[in-house]
Design a binder for this molecule. Sequence first.
Ligand code: ZN
Length: 390
Amino acid sequence: MLTLIKNARVYAPENLGKKDVLIAGGKIIDMKDDIDIQYDQLKVVDGQKQLLLPGFIDSHVHLLGGGGEGGFQTRTPEMMLSEITSAGVTTVVGCLGTDGLTRSMPSLVAKAKGLTEEGITAFAYTGSYRLPLKTLTGDIQKDIMMVNEIIGTGEVALSDHRSSQPSLDLFLQTCAETRLGGLLSGKAGVINVHLGDGKDQMDYLWYLMRETDIPVKHLLPTHVNRNRSLFFEGIEYAKAGGYIDFTTSTVPQFIDEGEVPAAEAYKIAIEKGVPLDAVTFSSDAQGSLPQFDRQGKLIGLDVGRVYSLYESVLKLVQSGLDIEKAILPVTLNPAQRLKLEQKGRIRIGGDADILLVDEASFAIQSVYAKGQLMFDEGKACVKGHFEKGD
Ligand code: ZN
């Protein structure tokens, strides 16, 4: 089966103008102004009045659910395929979180394999909040080198009352091993760092950047927009050559308390001179969003949503930002951070992870993952194995 999308305006992420895009075998096999072929197994899709974008990449998703900070009944639920695809996301990286005990690496890797079988592309970070890391095979390098799905470590928690309060040395050793596993396997070898509201903020990351030989590209600190002080430190860190990730899931209380919504954070960062390639977004989907009072008592708990990734991009587009800039934090930038050559761009030979959005409203019309139509006309056309019919 061949699919030919005709006359869509392609953002690769750069604006390439109107193109015809031909898909076969899960790949984009041709793209030019006019493709005219005859074939009895050809499906032609009219892309008029639509924008064709790379499928979104979400680099921080609690695929198995997360949380539990309010007791066992507050463990958040596992993620389903259609929640991902209906948000325009075709690549995810799963992580554990606060709870690295009842959620385990074998389950996480199995979930990533399952989602990949169901049509999208899913990876995982090894470990959880806690250092030393509890890995799948007992060794960080071995996990990254020998397990296809594992592309780095995380989310390792720093500057948070829920972190394991690791020493600087232990953190640096973890980074070094992660990097080496990445080098030896041709993978990114990134350390996804959860930053909390703690007073040390990015101290360990600055140390790594300034005092060690580990290249800073291996660090992917997330939740950098969670309070204004951390956010402005993150801007300085990115201007000094680091990379930062903004979380898109939020609740009104967080914003009242000083969280900078991801879309706004990105615009401020650009204004302040942060390089465009330094910022990524991730949803923190299925992670718990616990609200604590000043004494550290849990007073509320919500759950992150993968759809917030799209909503943040939509906000950027509605605010008048160029589409090619608006989609960078969810396409090319995470693909580069995670060293996913086949992802995050529209190019001949790349994976056919494609989003069609309405030119006027930016509403998601169709989502293709590796050439397969996953979401179309407002509903998921491929469901996870145990998802109910529509
Ligand atoms: Zn986190």
